[in-house]
Design a protein around this ligand. Structure first.
Ligand SMILES: [Zn+2]
Ligand SMILES: [Zn+2]
Length: 146
């Protein structure tokens, strides 16, 4: 049997590592998470180097953290290429505004444009899926605060 480790990390999300059951010093069967063992020991999740940051909180060494961030960015772009293009478009627009010396586009206005471009590219099913996820996330926040 393998369940996901529910230990809360510093970011608030659960660890999610696979639990294995090991026998402790007095013969009890206790769940153990390889990820948490590494985290507590201050060893990077992806390589044998030491973590960069506070031992017990930091997950990866500096090199692996950069690699992970790169990967996340890649996922975000491949998941939603239309939105990624819209973001880039807005960045270019803001850059042009700055260069022209004109007033910068207000943040609300930029976000509004981004939302529109994104919504237009989505299918109703995908939009519903995103809304459901947002509701779940908000609920989790409310429950955590209560
Ligand atoms: Zn864990
Ligand atoms: Zn590493």
């Amino acid at each position: 049997m393998s369940a996901a480790c529910a230990v809360k990390l510093s970011g608030g999300h659960p660890c999610g590592g696979a639990l294995t059951f090991v026998t402790d010093a007095i013969g009890r069967l206790v769940p153990s998470c390889a990820r948490c063992v590494r985290r507590v020991a201050g060893v990077c999740q992806d390589c044998p180097r030491r973590v960069d940051g506070t031992v017990g909180r930091a997950l990866r060494c500096a090199a692996c953290r950069r690699a992970k961030l790169r990967l996340d960015g890649l996922h975000w772009r491949t998941r939603d290429p239309e939105h990624a293009r819209a973001v880039r478009r807005e960045c270019h627009r803001a850059y042009r505004d700055r260069k022209r010396g004109g007033p910068p586009t207000p943040r609300e206005e930029r976000y509004r444009r981004l939302g529109h471009a994104r919504a237009a590219a989505l299918t109703p099913a995908r939009r519903r899926e995103i809304a459901l996820k947002a509701i779940t996330t908000r609920w989790a926040r409310v429950k955590a605060a209560a």
